[in-house]
Design a protein around this ligand. Sequence first.
Ligand code: ATP
Ligand code: MG
Length: 390
Amino acid sequence: MNDIILLKQGEIVLKGLNRKYFEQKLISNIKQRLRSFGEFKIHWSQSTIYVEPENDNCDMEGAFEAMKKVFGIVSLSRAMACEKEPEAIFRAAKAYLVDAMNSSASFKVETKRADKRFPMTSIELSQYVGGRLAAAFPHIKVDVHNPELLVNLEVHDRAAYVHSAPHGGAGGMPVGSNGRAVTLLSGGIDSPVSSYMIAKRGVKLIPVHFFSFPYTSQQAKEKVIELARILTAYCGRLTLEIVPFTKIQEEIGRNCPEEFFTIIMRRFMMRISERIALSNGCKALVTGENLGQVASQTMEAMAVTEECVSLPVLRPLIGFDKEEIVRLARQIGTFETSILPYEDCCTVFTPRHPRTKPRLRDVIAAEAGLDIEALVEEAFNGIERIRLEP
Ligand code: ATP
Ligand code: MG
C-alpha cells in the first residue's frame, strides 16, 4: 500500500497571492473526481499533490486515468513511497521498477530533492541508486544522454518516492477558478471541443441544448446527453439544460423569410442562452463557431447573431481548420459520439439559399412578426435539467 499518485500543478503556481484560491479549487475538483474510485488521502506541498489510497479497495488504475483529465495538472506519475534513506530508496526502485528494468536496454536515474536536509545531494543519490541498480540488473546499461527508461527519485518532507517517466496531464487551470459560462452544445463535432477548450481555461460550464422534438429525434437528445457526460470527465459535475425549441422554429418558419431562418434561429439561441447565463452568474456564452465554415459563420452573420445579447461570445475554434478540430475531438473522446447520424437542428428549417452577408436591419425587419419576448419566456420556462456526475 505504498502505491501513490503524484500530481504536479501547472500554471497556478504562477498566480502569486491567488495561489491559495486556485489550489483549493484544484483540490476540490480532484476530490470530486476521485470519489468513484475509493477513499483517498490528499495532501500537498510546494507544487506537488499526493494522492494516497486509504485501503486496498481503491482502484488506482481508474484514479490515475481520471487524474489525467483534471485541468490544472501538468504531469502525473504513479509512484512508490519509501523511507528517506538511500538503501530503502534503492530497494524500492528495484522492487517497483523490476518489469521496466527487465524490459529496457538502458536507464538513467534522476533525483529531485525538495527536502534540503537530506544528507546526499541529488547527484550523489542518483549515482548511488544508479550504481546499485546497474549491479542488480547487469543486462541494462546506464545511458545518461538517451536512456530508454528514466528512473525518477523524489525526496520530499514526508517520504521519498520512486517512479518512472511521468505522464502528461491535461494542463490548463482548475475548473471554477475563472468564473462560469454557458456553452451551446449541439450534437455536432465542434461544440464539445469548444466547451472543452473553455473549461480548460478554468471556466465552470453550463451546457445548453436546443431541442426541436419531433423534428429532431429522442436519439439526438440522448446523443447530446452522452456528449455532456463525456465532458464531465474534464469539467466535473454538469447540469445540462435542454430548451424546448420546436415552437420557436415553427414560428420562424411561418412568419419569416426563408433566407433568414438560420440567422433568426441563432439569435433566439443567443437570447435564451443569455437568459440562462444571467440567472446562473455566467459571464460569457461559448459556441463552436468557426470562421467561414457555413453561411451562418461569416463575420457578417456572426455580428448579427450576437447583436441581440450583451454578454461576450467566446468562440475558441474560430481560427481552426476542421482537421484540427477533429483531432481534438478524437483526443478528448467526443468524436465517435458526435458523428452518430442523428441530426441536430432539423434540416426542415434550413434555407435553400441562406444569406451569407445578412444586414442587421433586414434581419430585425424579418423578425418583426414574432413576439420575441413571449417566445423566449416560454422556452425558458420549459427547460428540462439533467444532472450529470463524472
Ligand atoms: P457543431 O459541430 O458544434 O454542431 P456546426 O459546425 O454544426 O457546429 P452550427 O450548426 O452553425 O455549426 O452551430 C454553430 C454553433 O451553435 C454550435 O457549435 C453550437 O455552439 C451552437 N448550436 C448549434 N445548434 C445548437 C443546438 N441545437 N443546441 C445548442 N447549441 C447549438
Ligand atoms: Mg451543428
